[in-house]
Design a protein around this ligand. Sequence first.
Ligand code: ZN
Ligand code: ZN
Length: 308
Amino acid sequence: MPTVSPSSTRVKLWGVRGSIPVPGPGTLRYGGNTSCVEVRADGEIIVLDTGSGVRLLGLALEKEFGTQPIKLSLLSTHAHWDHIQGLPFFWPAYEEENEIQLLGYKGVGGGFGAILARQMAAPFFPVRLRDLPCKLTIQELNEMEFHIGAVRVTSKFVNHPGNCVGYRLFTRSGSISFVPDNEPYEFRKLHAAACARASAEQARKFAISERAKLVEFLRGSDLLLLDAQYTDEEYQEHIGWGHGSLSTTVAMAVDAKVRKLLLFHHDPSHDDAMIDQMVEQARQLAADRGSALEIDAAQEGVELALDH
Ligand SMILES: [Zn+2]
Ligand SMILES: [Zn+2]
């Protein structure tokens, strides 16, 4: 029987990697698939991003539901390939009886639906988005707060090339924040000053105020999945690329008084041993700040329950 329990919130990680899928012996434990997280809450199935991990989710849903129709919502943070590339391989979309709602914001250079359609247009893929047999609804979001069934969702634009949002889902059992791609504002100040010819002081004020808004957005989340692609050393070589560094990610979670942090969007060059080391460092950073924040690295296949 399908298990969309109305009384508990479950989160299952189907893809935790950033940039590109990296299968192979070095990524067996944390997984090589790109961004995809399934949330079951208050009678809804909500899927955050459709990176390559969504293929495995589709197979699991087909097995679970058998001949019964599947109804779910796919919520997109942005259209970088690692966040949408699994959609053409999401098998529930190929069954007429299934109802799939795709939600996301306008991107750079096109509306939400048009951008998603592009990756499936010839010559990139043989099946067009609009020819998928399921009952497909594409909804371009304008508001920064909306509901999926009884789940309240808030969203926030983050510091990442193009239009990219983070989402927070408020369920009866607690809230989950999903910010897979985000660069800390602190270090952009020099970059921003150079780009906008703003004074360093103006850029500093902007960075402080934008960071404070993100802290507010995340405040008190029970679970936060946040971009921690780089070590602090690696980050110095990637300023402006749109991704997080370990210490700024931990600092964000500590300042927002999050209960549990999952390091997300693992760099394709980081193997399991490297990610283990980053978790240890992150825990030490939180302890140094006197925080009781729980920290793990997001790991493909892991399922968590919110136990409020
Ligand atoms: Zn990404
Ligand atoms: Zn991205």
